[in-house]
Design a protein around this ligand. Sequence first.
Ligand code: AMP
Length: 113
Amino acid sequence: MICIFCEIAARERAARIVYEDDRVVAFHDVNPQAPVHILIIPRDHISGPLDVDVANEGIIGHLVAVAARIARQEGIADNGYRLVLNQGRDGGQSVFHTHLHLLAGRRMTWPPG
Ligand code: AMP
């Protein structure tokens, strides 16, 4: 099955990449929900947060660390930002390759929609 985020990580599909290293790739969301909306994905295919376990849990910490790095890079660290991981239908997941949403540039509301 073709995974669009695997394709972006492999640079087989265009994306506005803002950061990458040996474990993750970060790029602008194609349909931004805030002035800053960046997705940070593991290079390895992990379908969703439900597939994180003791064998691969370290990657989640790295996604959060990279989000902090990008926040400083993008000038949004001081005002703050929201990180979101969606799982499954009720979680609002539409792409089944784990991705951390980094949202910023406006005041977020709570509860989320
Ligand atoms: P989720 O609903 O949590 O699965 O989030 C998937 C996100 O991926 C959505 O915000 C989409 O706008 C975004 N998206 C889908 N395809 C692409 C793409 N080719 N490039 C960048 N973002 C994408």
